[in-house]
Design a protein around this ligand. Structure first.
Ligand code: 2HA
Ligand code: ZN
Length: 283
């Protein structure tokens, strides 16, 4: 079936609803964005054009109004509105979503569609733009979706364990055989930062140069991928594995986990190259 802007909005809203049904988007938690192909832009007769606004507070050394994102200059994104509830995307998409376009320098954006009733892009806009910028370059344009959600098990994990990229990745790989397939490069971890802050956006973008997903301590997860299904699928795999871990430790001491030999066997079978630095730390 040929996709149109409106069928695409339905798909986007369905994903938001799925996230809400899982209990990963209480109140206005979570946000989603998608880089749009030209064929998926809103029909011309439904477009408007707002004033240009800075993409974020200027970087310390910055000369211009906003942050500069040359990698995504001119690109358009479908993105959730600040304060919007994911469960409401289906009911009133033009209030809870919008399409923004980045200017030719990559430092301002304007609204082409949506954000009715004076809405604005998500409070995590800066993080989304940083991630799109990084992932577009690294994936040669393949990665288009970014999803942030407040998943309870992975959030709980950040309260009970000392974590870093390697500790987290090892734990996940060794608790569920799907993990090394879903993220052979590993998963990143960022100690607590203020939600919506420039520091969180910058640290997240730095991690997503190497990973597709990063856990935010005491907060949730943000992930990037080629489309909504694959990106949400990655989050589902990570959250499920954290649930398995928490169930296992609640039931008793962990006595067995996937060994390095078993992980290598899986990687070999599927011709994957897992992160060697992390793999070498597993005994
Ligand atoms: O969109 O989840 O991190 C609300 C949030 C901020
Ligand atoms: Zn959040």
């Amino acid at each position: 079936m040929k996709q149109t802007f409106h069928s695409f909005i339905d798909r986007f809203a369905q994903t938001a609803n799925d996230i809400w049904l899982k209990g990963w988007a209480e109140a206005n938690a979570g946000n989603i964005s998608l880089r749009l192909d030209d064929s998926l832009l809103p029909p011309k007769n439904s477009r408007r054009s707002s004033k240009w606004q800075p993409t974020g507070p200027p970087a310390q050394s910055g000369r211009r109004a906003g942050r500069e994102f040359p990698q995504i200059a001119g690109d358009c994104f479908l993105i959730s509105a600040a304060g919007s509830f994911l469960k409401n995307f289906k009911l009133s998409p033009d209030e809870n979503l919008g399409v923004i376009q980045i200017d030719s320098e990559g430092s301002n954006y304007r609204v082409l569609w949506g954000f009715a009733r004076n809405g604005a892009p998500t409070s995590e806009l800066l993080t989304h733009l940083y991630i799109h910028s990084v992932r577009k370059k690294i994936s040669n344009g393949k990665d288009k979706a970014v999803i942030h959600a407040h998943c309870p098990a992975l959030s709980a994990l950040t309260f009970i364990l000392p974590l870093d990229d390697a500790r987290l990745t090892k734990l996940l790989w060794q608790m569920h055989a799907e993990c090394i397939l879903a993220f052979p490069e590993g998963v990143g971890f960022i100690p607590w930062q203020m939600p919506g802050s420039s520091a969180l956006a910058e640290k997240t973008a730095e991690k997503l140069k190497n990973f597709h997903a990063v856990l935010w301590q005491f907060h949730g997860i943000i992930a990037a991928g080629p489309d909504l299904d694959k990106t949400l699928g990655l989050i589902e795999t990570i959250e499920k594995t954290c649930e398995i871990y928490i169930k296992a430790i609640s039931a008793g001491r962990i006595k067995n986990k996937l060994s390095k030999k078993q992980l290598l066997k899986i990687a070999d079978h599927f011709r994957l190259k897992p992160n060697q630095k992390i793999l070498s730390q597993i005994k």
